[in-house]
Design a protein around this ligand. Structure first.
Ligand SMILES: C[S@@+](CC[C@H](N)C(=O)[O-])C[C@H]1O[C@@H](n2cnc3c(N)ncnc32)[C@H](O)[C@@H]1O
Length: 509
């Protein structure tokens, strides 16, 4: 079978992508009035899965799920299959193959994920991808398809044209990337458009694979939302909602009493108008079969049936007494303004139990208790609270989930990381994924510590072991503070849900 040379030579950073988590997709679908299958026992198919950095942690998290990844780049597919073998994980397979020629006996799937594929493949493969969705989606299944949107890409096309035109297409991908960096330097002096200059500055620091595959790849075909919806329609599929963070959502006037079917056309038009207003570049569309019940624009009322998690902090002391707007910041540095005191309290409560989630009623109770603890009125304006929560959920400051999960919160006496985290930490080229499917940025010492957490050492022994190992490897970072740094690192691992309950016996080597 043939392979994809550009991805063999310059593999895509295979990261966990929080927006593709089926529990999140099910939650978003529910906001749209669409009930997707329970994620923890789901059949999940990922197309163009690279080495499986997104799919494998999902399979690990849900042992009762069945996960299949398909990847055309032989190098990436084999790296993924090898990782799965070493982990001894029985519910996931990474297949080397073409999504346009899937094995006949693959069956149907509750969740189908294709991130960074649709706009980057030739038209025939795009059509095949939509056919796969129609053929392999279960009746209530949800597909996640991300694609580049014309509204935002229109202005970036001259940049792509310059990079494609001024680099040699026959060079191996890594060498062409180096050439592209030089072209970016030239463009920086030639160009005066602030938007392009901002993009050039970003591209100079972005992952090589991003620059290559967005700006130099043979295919990058942005399309309007209307075109995308028409393509879905032609393949017996239908738009359900958007899994990406948003600044605004569609609210239809005079839609009261209308069934979803009769508001569909107006809704889709409004989605397109929103792209034009915000110059949207990228969409993460949720898609279902067209014989499944029709979805509708998102409804805040559905929030009450969901659970939520958030990892937020505030630079300033949180003022629960007044409705002064305060910024809450997530680990990626994104800022989310919150004014409503009850919502500030809820954000504090959620962040306090992260990575665990709180079902809506528990979150509201926790917010009330926090307010009462500060001697403030615990009565809550539910409509105002739901409106504030809805805004945060839409912007991804607070993530909704249909699967709360439970995670160990403390390192314990003999810290022990779960096998996936240890193997990720000990495997070069693999990113460590947090419990909520986020990519963790660990330095080499952090990875070394995590890989060693088999439950055989106490916290003190771990600090001593780190000291010896770091000295032996020639790295001598703050040796005098190593005890403290080790302890702090362990708490960070616990906060990311990487640790398991303390056990008497260590894991077998
Ligand atoms: C931009 S990358 C995205 C990788 C991964 N989904 C992610 O988001 O990190 C696109 C991936 O699709 C794979 N791909 C492209 N055409 C394919 C095809 N016809 N069948 C299967 N995989 C394909 C590429 O090899 C590459 O790994």
């Amino acid at each position: 079978m043939h392979t994809l040379a550009s991805y063999d030579e310059l593999p895509y950073d295979s990261l966990p992508l929080p927006e593709t988590q089926p529990d999140f997709l099910a939650a978003v679908a529910r906001l749209h009035g669409f009930e997707a299958p329970p994620p923890s026992r789901a059949r999940i198919l990922e197309l163009g899965c690279a080495q499986g950095g997104n799919l494998i942690p999902l399979a690990w998290r849900w042992p009762e799920s069945v996960c299949v990844g398909v990847e055309l780049s032989r190098v990436q597919a084999e790296a993924g299959a090898d990782f799965v073998r070493r982990l001894g994980l029985g519910n996931v397979r990474i297949l080397h193959g073409d999504l346009a020629a899937l094995p006949d006996d693959l069956g149907q799937f509750d969740y189908l994920i294709a991130h960074g594929v649709f706009s980057w493949v030739p038209p025939a493969v795009q059509a095949a991808l939509l056919e796969v969705c129609r053929r392999h989606l279960a009746p209530q299944g949800i597909a996640y398809l991300s694609f580049n949107v014309a509204a935002g890409w229109e202005k970036l096309q001259p940049l792509r044209a310059a990079l494609v035109g001024r680099t040699a297409a026959d060079l191996p991908a890594p060498a062409r990337y180096v050439q592209a960096l030089r072209v970016l330097d030239e463009l920086q002096t030639e160009c005066s458009d602030p938007l392009l200059l901002k993009e050039i500055a970003y591209l100079k620091t972005a992952a090589p694979s991003y620059l290559f595959h967005e700006y130099l790849a043979d295919f990058n075909a942005p399309m309007t939302f209307a075109e995308f919806a028409a393509r879905l329609d032609a393949h017996g599929l239908r738009y359900v909602g958007e899994a990406g963070p948003r600044r605004a959502v569609v609210e239809l006037e005079d839609a009261w009493g209308l069934i979803p079917e009769s508001m569909a056309g107006r809704w889709l038009d409004a989605e397109g108008a929103l792209d034009d207003a915000f110059a949207t570049r990228f969409r993460r569309a949720l898609v279902a079969r067209d014989d499944a019940p029709c979805a509708q624009p998102p409804q805040a009322s559905a929030l009450r049936t969901l659970a939520f998690h958030a990892d937020l902090r505030s630079d300033a002391e949180i003022d629960l007494e007044s409705a002064t707007e305060q910024d809450f910041v997530n680990p990626a540095g994104n800022r989310f303004p919150i004014a409503l005191p009850a919502m500030k309290a809820a954000a504090m409560a959620l962040s306090g139990v992260y990575p665990n989630a709180l079902p809506y009623p528990d979150m509201v109770d926790a917010a009330r208790r926090l307010l009462a603890g500060f001697g403030l009125p615990a009565a809550l304006d539910e409509a105002a609270f739901d409106a504030a929560l809805f805004q945060l959920v839409i912007a991804h400051g607070v993530m909704p989930t249909a699967w709360p999960g439970t995670f160990e919160a403390e390192p314990g006496e003999h810290p022990r990381a779960h096998a996936l985290a240890r193997q990720q930490a000990g495997s070069p080229g693999w990113v460590v994924s947090g419990a909520r499917h986020v990519a963790l940025d660990l330095d080499p010492a952090g990875r070394m510590l995590l890989a060693a957490l088999d439950g055989s050492r106490t916290v003190g022994e771990l600090a001593a072991w780190m000291r010896t190992s770091l000295q032996a490897s020639g790295r001598v970072p703050a040796l005098d503070r190593l005890d403290e740094l080790t302890r702090r690192q362990l708490w960070l691992f616990a906060r990311q849900g990487l640790l398991q309950a303390d056990r008497d016996t260590p894991d077998p080597a």
